[in-house]
Design a protein around this ligand. Structure first.
Ligand SMILES: Cc1ncc(COP(=O)(O)O)c(C=O)c1O
Length: 441
């Protein structure tokens, strides 16, 4: 496997070969494989604050933060101490524990949900929320939006086809047409498409699920009160509005995107930050709906490691440390980084659009004719000059900054980023912008 890197990648390369022999593509989650940008994925050995260090001893400023969870940075001393103490008491009992009650209370206090159920991944959270919505309403159909990712739930992997209303077509082999037959995929931010779908299927629609503010096609915030419109439309037709805050929850504000637009969903899903770097996620909502879950109600949902005492301790400690001051710092850091990136790209004449949702943001490498137009849906996000992003990504990596290895992802900041880290970023940006400028469209 070749690599473009100026840094040593000998040990990462050897591990990638070893990994490829025992696991498909050498990774346990596809984007990690660097397929979108080329080259060898870096195998990380440690993290400290806003830095991660790979097995070859290269250190990087981390702007991925484990795809969101590491809000406070890596190996935060208080989180580490709490986790060590929890581990020393035993790691799983398969019984209720105090930490999961406290984490549930923290989530209920921060968000509009009355009750939560803890699970182990965001995928489980959205899958279970859908099942509950269908069980509660007695209806089958769901609406999702193209470009929104809700984990690898079969029914939610359906992609949009052409036309305003597209009945789900499986987006990946292994997902059957029967599984997605009840999934309606619509363009994001498209209110007439939603109105039309409800006009046609209104009494069959169990739920609309959307990312609260999408970050999985790059950051594409809701426009023209899209969430409020969805909530109202659902209410008018007896469907549930599910807001997926797995990425945004506890990251953008104390609650998540809810803290920005205040639209109250019927059900919400959470993950990432609330696990503090461990596998913990949740779904929650109105008490009346949550009462339909087993053992109180008849909609079944369960998990051997749900509410795991180590994961819930990490999540609870993280959330308790995530104060208003932390969120103010994250906002400021994010705004500074966005300005620095824009300045560097402008200097080299690289057309781009930077979009933010609170402290989440992404940089779209667009054609020059598109650089003054906001990206409002998946089609817009798809119109990027992808080789330009790849060149930029690798130049940043060579200069010691770790970005998401895909042009369709958000950049994540941590509260551990300080002025020294920003200076590191500044010196990486100049060669990276030049590398992007060198790519002809
Ligand atoms: C909005 C959203 N929902 C759900 C998921 C799935 O979460 P997990 O990867 O923990 O299964 C993700 C993961 O990135 C996400 O961003």
């Amino acid at each position: 496997m070749s690599d473009h890197s100026a840094r040593s990648t000998a040990r990462s390369t050897a591990l990638f070969d070893q990994a490829s022999a025992v696991t498909p593509g050498g990774v346990n989650s596809p984007v990690r494989a660097f397929r979108a940008v080329g080259g060898v994925p870096r195998f990380m050995a440690s993290g400290d604050g806003c830095h991660i260090t790979d097995v070859d001893g290269n250190t990087y400023l981390d702007l991925v933060c484990s795809w969101g969870p590491m809000l406070l940075g890596h190996a935060h001393p208080q989180v580490t101490a709490a986790v060590q103490a929890a581990v020393s008491r035993g790691t799983s009992y398969g019984t209720p524990t105090e930490a999961e009650v406290l984490l549930g209370e923290e989530i209920v206090a921060r968000t509009p949900v009355d009750k939560v159920r803890l699970v182990s991944s965001g995928t489980e959270a959205t899958m279970s929320a859908l099942r509950l919505a269908r069980g509660f309403t007695g209806r089958a159909k769901i609406i999702k939006f193209a470009g929104c990712y809700h984990g690898h739930v079969d029914a939610l992997l359906a992609q949009a086809g052409s036309g305003v209303i597209t009945l789900g077509i499986p987006g990946t082999p292994g997902v059957t047409e029967a599984t997605t037959a009840d999934t309606i995929v619509l363009p994001y931010n498209d209110q007439p498409a939603v109105t039309e779908a409800f006009a046609q299927y209104g009494d069959q629609i169990a739920a609309v699920i959307t990312e609260a503010s999408p970050g999985n096609m790059g950051v594409v915030p809701p426009q023209d009160n899209f969430n409020a419109f969805l909530a109202q439309t659902c209410r008018a037709h007896g469907a549930l509005f599910i807001s997926d805050e797995v990425m945004t929850g506890f990251r953008i504000t104390r609650s998540g995107w809810y803290g920005v637009d205040g639209v109250e969903p019927d059900l919400m899903t959470f993950g990432k930050v609330m696990g503090g770097g461990f596998p913990a996620a949740a779904f929650g909502g109105r008490a009346e709906i949550m009462a339909h879950l087993a053992p109180e109600g008849s909609v079944y949902q369960a998990g051997t490691l749900s509410g795991n005492p180590v994961a819930t301790t990490a999540g609870l400690t993280t959330l308790r440390l995530a104060t208003d001051e932390v969120y103010a710092k994250l906002d400021e850091t994010s705004a500074t980084i966005q300005r620095m990136v824009a300045t560097a790209l402008d200097k080299e004449g690289v057309p781009h659009v930077i979009q933010a949702a609170g402290n989440l943001f992404s940089v779209f490498f667009v054609n020059s004719s598109d650089s003054s137009r906001p990206i409002r849906d998946f089609a817009g996000a798809n119109a990027q000059v992808l080789p330009r992003f790849a060149a930029f990504f690798h130049a940043m990596l060579d200069a010691g900054v770790y970005l998401p290895p895909s042009a369709f992802e958000a950049w994540f900041v941590s509260a551990a980023i300080d002025d020294d880290a920003l200076a590191e970023l500044e010196s990486a940006l100049a060669p990276a912008a030049a590398a992007a400028a060198a790519v002809q469209n």
